[in-house]
Structure formats: structure tokens, C-alpha cells
Design a protein around this ligand. Structure first.
Ligand SMILES: Cc1cc2nc3c(=O)[nH]c(=O)nc-3n(C[C@H](O)[C@H](O)[C@H](O)COP(=O)(O)O)c2cc1C
Length: 389
């Protein structure tokens, strides 16, 4: 397992609600909108509240009730232009994009935002999006073969001149993208996040991702995920960092928070959740070892479609902060969070939960005999091979 980094503050991200219906498939009231004005205000609230990242979803067709969707890269670019500090991560599917086109797009976004553009490379599960676009739908593990090549092309074009790469899916011949991405100290190129849970996803992430992003997990399951990524990262001499999804329900009392979860579940949109459950069989459950994302998710888990209840960030601010720091101790570097009422709850996270997290992080570091520097950033780049040209 990777050693926890107790000297560096945890980072926080939120899911950009760029698809309709909120982040739970339930008819409970969600004061969250998918439109741009709402999101612009949310992004500014988030950066003021201490969030370092925002993650947009890529979705082309209705699923889990999200019947309207804004495109991730354009939406992310607009959010970058509307903010000062926030790093915005756009989710992208290999197979929908050529990596050279994406590399160029992200360089432009990086220049517009002064070095705040990032990507989340996701290998996909919604077969109909590909098939109905007339694109090839690869079998599960093959998707990761393409994803690995895709990320290598991105990194090559961002960091080298005259870059060439010849593989099964891409052939790049002596290509130089100019300008290069912005030169940010400690960042060899725009950060590459990678979402996935299966054995193939973990192995691939270890070889090429800067950040491994997981669906919600309990502590034991997340330890297993980290170990899986770490095993392949060690062979490649790399040190990826770890991000975990969690749905936050912070209330004055634990009972109130639990009651809110019960109401979300009681008001679940059953046909939409069941349709989603059927569609995600294309993901982890279809793998040879059946260990992928959503493979062991119950109906209740799937109501938050990235298994966010499993992380159990549910209770009072103190309870949630304690839970967050427990995850830090097993190796989590970043929490990806979602809420019922994004604007209000992201702001409340910053005032009510974050200060307690920082205190507990300082305590944890002290107990382990390491210095905690609240200002420090994660300095070690994940890839020791990438140079900045
Ligand atoms: C944090 C995170 C974000 C994701 N975002 C998207 C997304 O925006 N669009 C999408 O189609 N899939 C998304 N996925 C799902 C992946 O594309 C993939 O289908 C999923 O991880 C299942 O793969 P696996 O069976 O190999 O684990 C995301 C996954 C994670 C963990």
C-alpha cells in the first residue's frame, strides 16, 4: 500500500453538475441546476471555500435520468474563464476524441486559464453512446489498451518536440504542438486524472495516470484499490496520487443526516436507477474477474451513480471531518465531493468541515512525528519520465 502523505493537506474537488437531475437519482428536492449561470456562481463559491478542483462529467445521451447534458470540455473552459484559482478537470472518452486534438484543446485552455486545465480520462460504460454515434465499442479490457495509448500520446505531445508514437490505436509521426502547455512549477504537463475501478483500470492507471480516481468505497475496499494501482505503478517507477468520490450529507445532528439519506433512498427514481444498473453491466461486472466499478453495488448505492454513499461522509461536520482524515491515513490525497444542494453545501463545507479537517490533519501529522504544512502542495510529479520542454 502507498504510504499516506500526512505532511500535505488534503485536496478537495466537487463534481460539476453539468448534467440535469443533480447527483442522486431521486425525486427529493435538489437545489442544484445544470445550467451555466448556476455553475459559474458555484465555481466561484467553491474556489473561495477552499476547493482546488472541479470535475465535469462527459455524457452525450440520457442516463440515470440525466436527460440534458452540457459538453464537458467546453463547459470546463468556460468555468476556467470565470474563475481565478480553480483547476477544472474535463472528463474525456478515448474513442470519442483523437488525442492530438484533445492535447491541442487542453493547451489552449491551459493558456486561457494560466495553467489550470486538467483532464479525467474515462474509458466509458454507456455502450449506446458509442454505437449510436457509429463508433466502435471495444470489449472491456481492450478499452484500457486504447486508454493507455491515448494518455501516452497526450503526455508525449505536451512534453516533447517531434513526438512519435506507433501503436494499435494511434500513430503519431514527428509532431510538435506549439505553444506547449503553460510552465507551472512542479507540474510537468496538465494533470491527467483517470477514473476507473476494475483490475484493468487499476493496472493502467498505475502506468500512466497522475491521479487515480475511484468511485465511492469503504475504507477496506479503497485500501485494495490503492494496492492494485500501486502494484503496477511501482513496476513503472511512478507515484500516482489518489482521489475518492463521496456524497456529503452534513447536518446539525447525525440523525438529521441519516434521515436525509433515508429520504433520498425512499424517493429514488426506481426506473432510472434500474435502467442505469442494466447499462453499467458494460463496465466492471462484465470483466473476467467481475471486480470492476458497480460490480457489487446495491440498488441503494446506485442512486448516487458514482457509489458516493459508500464513503459514508454522512453526519455532523465533526464526524465527516474525522472520516475524511481516516481515509487520508490510508492514502487518499483528494476528495471528490457531491451534494444535494451544491451552492449552499459547498460553501458550508468550506466554513464548517474544512477547518476541522485541517486541525485533524495537523494532529495526525504530529502523532506520526511529521511536519504538517497547510500551505504545501503535492510536489512530487507522478511521472518521473516526463520532462518539460
Ligand atoms: C471519478 C470518476 C469519474 C467518471 N466520470 C465519467 C464520465 O464523466 N463519463 C463516463 O462515461 N464515465 C465516467 N466514469 C466511468 C468510467 O468511464 C468507467 O466506465 C468506469 O470507471 C467503469 O470502468 P471499470 O469497470 O473498468 O471500473 C467515471 C469514473 C470515475 C471513477
Amino acid at each position: 500500500m502507498s504510504a499516506a502523505d500526512l505532511s500535505t493537506p488534503l485536496k478537495f474537488a466537487y463534481w460539476v453538475p453539468n448534467v440535469s437531475g443533480g447527483l442522486v437519482v431521486s425525486t427529493i428536492e435538489q437545489r442544484t441546476s445544470w445550467d451555466f449561470d448556476y455553475n459559474k456562481k458555484l465555481a466561484r463559491i467553491a474556489e473561495d471555500a477552499g476547493f482546488e478542483y472541479a470535475l465535469s462529467q462527459t455524457r452525450y445521451a440520457a442516463s440515470y435520468g440525466a436527460d440534458k447534458q452540457h459538453e464537458a470540455t467546453s463547459f470546463s473552459l468556460a468555468l476556467l474563464a470565470a474563475t481565478e484559482k480553480l483547476k477544472v478537470i474535463a472528463a474525456v472518452h478515448p474513442g470519442m476524441w483523437h488525442p492530438g486534438v484533445l492535447a491541442k484543446f487542453i493547451i489552449t485552455a491551459d493558456h486561457i486559464s494560466n495553467g489550470r486545465a486538467a483532464v479525467n480520462i474515462v474509458s466509458g460504460w454507456l455502450k449506446d453512446e458509442f454505437v449510436n454515434f457509429g463508433l466502435e465499442w471495444l470489449e472491456h479490457d481492450e478499452r484500457y489498451v486504447r486508454t493507455e495509448e491515448f494518455i501516452r500520446v497526450l503526455r508525449g505531445l505536451w512534453t516533447e518536440e517531434g513526438y512519435s508514437q506507433s501503436g494499435k490505436y494511434y500513430d503519431i509521426n514527428d509532431f510538435t504542438l506549439s505553444p506547449a502547455p503553460i510552465d507551472v512549477p512542479g507540474r510537468p504537463h496538465p494533470e491527467v486524472f483517470f477514473g476507473g475501478n476494475s483490475t484493468a483500470a487499476q493496472a493502467t492507471a498505475g502506468r500512466v495516470a497522475d491521479w487515480y480516481f475511484s468511485n465511492g468505497k469503504d475504507l477496506e475496499d479503497f485500501k485494495d484499490n490503492i494496492a492494485g494501482v500501486q502494484a503496477s505503478a511501482a513496476q513503472a517507477g511512478r507515484h500516482p496520487r489518489y482521489g475518492l468520490n463521496g456524497f456529503v450529507i452534513a447536518r446539525d445532528s447525525e440523525k438529521e443526516a441519516r434521515d436525509t439519506l433515508r429520504e433520498i433512498v425512499a424517493k429514488a427514481h426506481r426506473p432510472a436507477v434500474e435502467g442505469f444498473r442494466d447499462a453499467v453491466q458494460e463496465a466492471g461486472a462484465s470483466t473476467k474477474d467481475g471486480k470492476g466499478m458497480w460490480a457489487d453495488s446495491t440498488f441503494e448505492d446506485l442512486i448516487q451513480y458514482n457509489d458516493g454513499f459508500k464513503t459514508q461522509l454522512i453526519g455532523t461536520p465533526e464526524q465527516i471531518a474525522e472520516r475524511i482524515v481516516e481515509y487520508k491515513k490510508i492514502g487518499v490525497n483528494l476528495f471528490l465531493t457531491c451534494y444535494l444542494h451544491f451552492q449552499e453545501e459547498v460553501a458550508a463545507f468550506g466554513t464548517d468541515i474544512l477547518p476541522i479537517v485541517r486541525e485533524l490533519e495537523a494532529d495526525a501529522a504530529r502523532s506520526a512525528g511529521v511536519d504538517f504544512d497547510p500551505e504545501s502542495t503535492l510536489a512530487a510529479p507522478a511521472s518521473s519520465t516526463a520532462g518539460v520542454r
